[in-house]
Design a protein around this ligand. Structure first.
Ligand code: NAI
Length: 256
């Protein structure tokens, strides 16, 4: 008997990075996984990787910032698998990396639309399904940047700080429905999101990576699998008494 046998898990942004590692981990622990992403080819490829290893998965094209599309995809996932037990709100972008007074309204809204409104739309769509299933778990990807400041990525910080508190409020609102809501706070994880930051940095990719490694007391940035392990725990009944909490997985970044 595996820890997530019989659980139906929907992951947003499941086509790459942390989302991909999470889909693979949840499937390896017995879950049926709905892989959703704006990149359909990536979502399909993750889905195929799961099924080729004997797991159960399907994929859907989903932009979490599209308020009309989100409930339709959640309904389609529930129809396909029978119910939804776990939602991982993972989709996110780093967005504009300029001082606040130089960010265009459009660039600010883009980050908020995906990183914050996307979590809202998906939570709103998830709740009726989780209630119907008799309870469940919502895991929201915040960040170390939702806990502490740094002199970069202003809209990203704003979005991730908001996701941290949304998670606590929703934990309180839905505790009576046996729905647990927690946030995860990764340190820097080597994924396409961070690789893009490295490529666009003034100091160059290698120096950027070295500086990032040095900011983590454990000596290096993390891997997507480090975060997937924490998400699988929060998704599972091992965390049945855990709600409204912040799971920090950051190599000691915020311990100072
Ligand atoms: P990534 O860029 O590797 O993957 C993000 C995935 O989300 C991609 O597959 C992309 O196609 C998808 N996506 C982007 N916009 C979307 C939208 N509007 N709707 C649906 N899917 C969309 O990013 P990574 O690094 O795996 O990040 C995943 C989450 O973890 C994000 O919320 C990020 O903010 C958070 N995080 C990442 C950290 C890192 O160092 N990589 C650190 C802390 C938090």
């Amino acid at each position: 008997m595996k820890r997530l046998d019989g659980k139906i898990c929907l992951v947003t942004g499941g086509g790459s990075g942390i989302g991909k590692a999470t889909c693979l981990r949840l499937a390896s622990e017995g879950a049926s996984v709905a892989v959703t992403d704006i990149d359909e080819a990536d979502a399909k490829s993750v889905c195929e990787e799961i099924t080729s290893h004997g797991g159960t998965a399907d994929f859907w094209l989903l932009d979490v910032a599209d308020a009309d599309a989100v409930p339709k995809v959640f309904d389609a996932v529930a129809e396909k698998f029978g119910q939804i037990d776990v939602v991982v709100n993972n989709a996110g972008i780093s967005g504009a990396n300029t001082p606040t007074h130089e960010i265009s309204d459009e660039d600010w809204r883009k980050v908020i639309d995906i990183n914050l409104n996307g979590v809202f739309f998906c939570t709103k769509a998830a709740i009726p399904h989780l209630k119907k299933a008799g309870g469940g778990s919502i895991v929201n990807l915040s960040s170390i940047y939702g806990l502490v400041g740094a002199p970069d990525l202003p809209p990203y910080h704003a979005s991730k700080g908001a996701v941290r508190l949304m998670s606590k409020t929703d934990a309180l609102v839905y505790a009576k429905d046996s729905i647990r809501v927690n946030s995860v706070h990764p340190g820097f994880i080597w994924t396409p999101l961070v690789e893009e930051l490295a490529e666009s940095s003034e100091e160059g990719g290698d120096a950027f990576r070295k500086a990032l490694d040095d900011r983590h007391p454990i000596g290096h940035v993390g891997a997507p699998e480090d975060i997937a392990a924490g998400i699988a725990y929060l998704a599972s009944d091992d965390a049945k008494f855990v709600t409204g909490s912040e799971l920090v997985i950051d190599g000691g970044y915020t311990a100072r």
